[in-house]
Design a protein around this ligand. Structure first.
Ligand code: HEC
Ligand code: HEC
Ligand code: HEC
Ligand code: HEC
Ligand code: HEC
Length: 493
C-alpha cells in the first residue's frame, strides 16, 4: 500500500503539472495544520487568520487536488505503462525516508510550505485589514457606494468603521460578508446590481450587538427638548419655530416611558411588514416579560401575512442614523440656521429650494444648473444685489450644490425620499406605521396614538422657540425675554 502510494506520488511528480499539484496540496495541508494548531491553542485570535485558514487554504488545496489526476494522466500517457505497472515499480522501502528527504520534490515542498505560510499569511492580513477600512468600502467600487460614503462622512458615526455595523461577530458572519462582497464585486463588474441598493439590509449585524456597544437602553433618560426652525418662502425667509419635548425614556423603574420603551429589557415587540420592506406594517406582537403576547393587526389588510416576524430593534426607528438623507426643505433650513447660507439674500430659502427641487440628468448638469438658477434669479429680480453681494451669492451657490451632491445621486437612482427615515413621522409614516387607529387588537383597541404619547408640543410654527417659557414663567419674564432677544440667542437660531 505504502509503496504504491509513494510510487503514485513519484510518478505524478515527474511532470510539471503533477508536481505543482503535489506541492500545492502538501504545502497547503501542512500550513493548514500549523494554522489550525495555533488557532486551537489560542495564539491566533484574529478572525481574519481564520478566513485565510478556512477559505484560502482549502481553495488552494482543491486546486492542487485537481492538478494531480491531470499530472497522473499525462505521465501515464507519456510512459506508455499501465496503472498496475506504474504503481508496482521496484522501490526500496528501507530507504523511503532518506530517499524522500533527498528528493528534490520533498525539499521544494518543505521550502515552499514555509514561503507559502509567510507570504499568504502576511499578504492576506494586509489585504483584509485594508479591505476593512471604511475608505475602501466607501470608495473601492467608485460610484456604487458613493451615496453611503458621502452620507456616512457627515453623520455622527463618521468615525465608526463600516464593518462595525455591517459585519457580524464571529467567523460565520465574516465569511458570509466576504462571500457576499465577492458577489457584489462580480455584480458591480458586470454592472448588473440594483440601483438604488435595496434596504432593509438583511446582513446587517444585529443592532443590539453594535449600537448597544456605545448606546444602551438604560442610558436613555427622561425627555429631550428638540427645536426645529423653519424658514418661510418670503423675501426675508422669516423663521418660525416648533419645539417638542420628546419622551425618550425606556420607562424602567417607574419612569414615564417614551420612544425607547420598545427596547427595554422587559418588552419585546415584533412585527411583519408587506414584502418585508418594513414600510407598511401589517401585524404587531407585543410580548411582556412573562411571554404573553397581545397581537395588533391592521384592519385594512387580510389577517396574518406570510412574512417572517422581525423583532424590533434600534434600526426600526434609527434606520438613518448613519446614511442620513435630508428633506429638501429641512436641508435648506438647516444651512440657513447654521449660517452657511446667507439669509440676508432676498428669497434665500425659496430660490435655494427651487434650485435643488429641479430634476437634472446628472451630477455635472446639476452643478451648472444650480449656479445658473441662482445667478439668473438675482440678475433678473435683484440686479443691485447681484452686483453688490457677489461673494454671498457665490457662496450660496456652493452650499446649495453641496446639498444636492450629498442627497441626490442620479447614477444610483437616488433622489429626494428614496431612503426615508422612520424616526419620526415626517419623511415616512415612521412611528405611525404602528401607532394609528387601524392597528387594533382582538378587542378592537388600537395602539395608543394621541399626540401627547411621544412628545408634548411646546411651540408650533411660533415666532419664538421658547414662547411657552415667557408665558408660563411670569416671575422671570424680564430675564428670559432679555435672553431670547440677546445676540447670543439670535445667532444660534
Ligand atoms: C453606525 C452603523 C453604520 C455604519 C458605521 C455604516 N452603516 Fe451602512 N447602514 C447602516 C444601517 C442601519 C443601514 C440601513 C439598514 C436597514 O434599513 O436595513 C445601512 C445601510 C447601508 C447600505 C444600503 C443602502 C442604504 O443606504 O440603506 C449600504 C450600501 C451601506 N450601508 C454601506 C455602508 C458603508 C460603505 C459604510 C462605511 C463607509 C457604512 N455603511 C457604515 C448602519 C451603518
Ligand atoms: C463605536 C461607537 C458607536 C456605535 C457602534 C454606534 N454609535 Fe451612535 N453615536 C456614537 C457617537 C460617538 C455619537 C455622537 C454623539 C454626539 O455627537 O453627541 C453617536 C450618535 C448617535 C445618534 C445621534 C444622537 C443625537 O444626539 O442626535 C443616534 C441616534 C445614534 N448614534 C444611534 C446609533 C445606532 C442606531 C447605532 C447602531 C446602528 C449606533 N448609534 C452605533 C457612537 C456609536
Ligand atoms: C421606537 C423607536 C426607537 C427605537 C426602537 C430606538 N430609538 Fe433611539 N430614539 C428614538 C427617538 C424618537 C429619539 C429622540 C428623537 C431624536 O433624537 O430625534 C431617540 C433618540 C436616541 C438617541 C439620542 C439620545 C439622547 O439622549 O439625545 C440615541 C443615541 C438613540 N436614540 C439610540 C438608540 C439605540 C442604540 C437604540 C437600540 C438599542 C434605539 N435608539 C432604539 C426612537 C427610537
Ligand atoms: C413596530 C410597531 C411600532 C413602531 C414602528 C413604533 N411603536 Fe411605539 N409602541 C408599539 C406598541 C405595540 C406599543 C405598546 C402598545 C400601546 O402602548 O398601545 C408601543 C408603545 C409606545 C409608547 C408607550 C409606552 C407606554 O407604555 O406608555 C411610546 C411612547 C411609543 N410607543 C413611542 C413610539 C415612537 C416615538 C415611535 C417612532 C419613533 C414608535 N413608538 C414606533 C409599537 C410600535
Ligand atoms: C408614536 C409617537 C408619536 C405620536 C403618537 C405623534 N408623534 Fe409627532 N413626533 C414624534 C417623533 C419621534 C418626532 C420627532 C422628534 C424630532 O426629532 O424632531 C415627532 C415630531 C413631530 C413634529 C415636529 C417635526 C415635524 O414633523 O414637523 C410635529 C409638529 C409633530 N410631531 C406633531 C404631532 C401631532 C400633531 C401628533 C398627533 C396627531 C403627533 N405628532 C403624534 C412621535 C410621535
Amino acid at each position: 500500500m505504502l509503496k504504491q502510494y509513494i510510487n503514485f506520488i513519484r510518478s505524478v511528480s515527474i511532470n510539471a503539472i503533477g508536481k505543482t499539484g503535489v506541492i500545492l496540496t502538501t504545502a497547503t495541508f501542512v500550513t493548514f495544520l500549523i494554522f489550525e494548531f495555533f488557532h486551537t491553542v489560542g495564539v491566533f485570535k484574529n478572525a481574519y487568520i481564520g478566513l485565510i485558514t478556512y477559505l484560502a487554504f482549502p481553495a488552494l488545496f482543491i486546486l492542487g487536488l485537481i492538478l494531480i489526476p491531470i499530472g497522473w494522466y499525462r505521465h501515464k500517457k507519456e510512459s506508455g505503462k499501465s496503472t498496475q505497472e506504474l504503481l508496482n515499480q521496484q522501490f526500496d522501502t528501507g530507504q523511503i525516508l532518506p530517499r524522500l528527504w533527498g528528493s528534490r520534490v520533498m525539499r521544494t515542498v518543505f521550502l515552499l510550505t514555509l514561503v507559502n505560510m509567510a507570504i499568504l499569511g502576511f499578504a492576506s492580513l494586509r489585504m483584509l485589514h485594508f479591505m476593512d477600512q471604511s475608505r475602501f468600502c466607501g470608495t473601492a467600487c467608485h460610484q456604487v457606494m458613493n451615496p453611503e460614503w458621502v452620507t456616512y462622512q457627515r453623520s455622527p458615526h463618521a468615525r465608526v468603521a463600516c464593518v462595525e455595523c455591517h459585519v457580524g461577530e464571529g467567523l460565520d458572519a465574516l465569511i458570509a460578508s466576504k462571500l457576499n462582497g465577492l458577489r457584489q464585486m462580480y455584480l458591480a463588474a458586470l454592472n448588473v446590481y440594483n440601483r438604488p441598493i435595496p434596504t432593509p439590509v438583511h446582513q446587517l449585524r444585529p443592532a443590539r450587538e453594535t449600537c448597544e456597544k456605545c448606546h444602551w437602553p438604560e442610558k436613555f433618560l427622561g425627555q429631550r427638548l428638540i427645536t426645529h426652525v423653519n424658514y418661510d418662502d418670503d423675501s426675508l425667509s422669516t423663521p418660525s419655530y416648533t419645539t417638542l419635548n420628546v419622551k425618550i425614556d425606556a420607562g424602567t423603574g417607574g419612569k414615564t416611558p417614551g420612544a425607547h420603551w420598545h427596547i427595554a429589557e422587559s418588552n419585546r415587540i415584533s412585527y411583519t411588514s408587506l414584502r418585508d420592506e418594513r414600510r407598511v406594517i401589517t401585524t404587531v406582537w407585543q410580548r411582556n416579560a412573562a411571554g404573553h403576547a397581545t397581537i395588533y393587526h391592521d384592519k385594512r389588510y387580510p389577517s396574518q401575512s406570510e412574512e417572517e416576524q422581525r423583532v424590533m430593534d434600534c434600526i426600526d426607528c434609527h434606520n438613518r442614523a448613519t446614511h442620513i438623507y435630508e428633506n429638501p426643505q429641512d436641508a435648506v433650513d438647516e444651512r440657513i440656521r447654521a449660517g452657511t447660507l446667507d439669509r440676508t439674500l432676498p428669497f434665500s430659502k425659496k430660490v435655494s429650494l427651487d434650485a435643488i427641487m429641479h430634476q437634472y440628468p446628472d451630477s455635472a448638469s446639476a452643478r451648472t444648473g444650480i449656479a445658473d438658477h441662482l445667478n439668473a434669479f438675482y440678475q433678473r429680480d435683484y440686479p443691485d444685489v447681484f452686483l453688490k453681494k457677489r461673494k454671498q451669492i457665490d457662496n450660496a451657490i456652493r452650499v446649495v450644490q453641496d446639498i444636492y451632491a450629498i442627497n441626490i445621486h442620479p447614477y444610483m437612482n437616488i433622489t429626494w425620499g428614496t431612503y426615508p427615515s422612520h424616526l419620526a413621522h415626517r419623511q415616512s409614516l415612521g412611528c405611525f406605521r404602528c401607532h394609528h387607529h387601524n392597528m387594533v387588537n382582538k378587542d378592537d383597541e388600537a395602539i395608543a396614538h394621541d399626540c401627547t404619547l411621544c412628545h408634548s408640543i411646546l411651540a408650533l410654527d411660533s415666532d419664538s422657540p421658547y414662547a411657552f417659557l415667557i408665558q408660563s414663567d411670569s416671575s422671570k419674564t424680564g430675564a428670559m425675554q432679555r435672553y431670547l432677544k440677546s445676540e447670543f440667542f439670535r445667532t444660534r437660531f
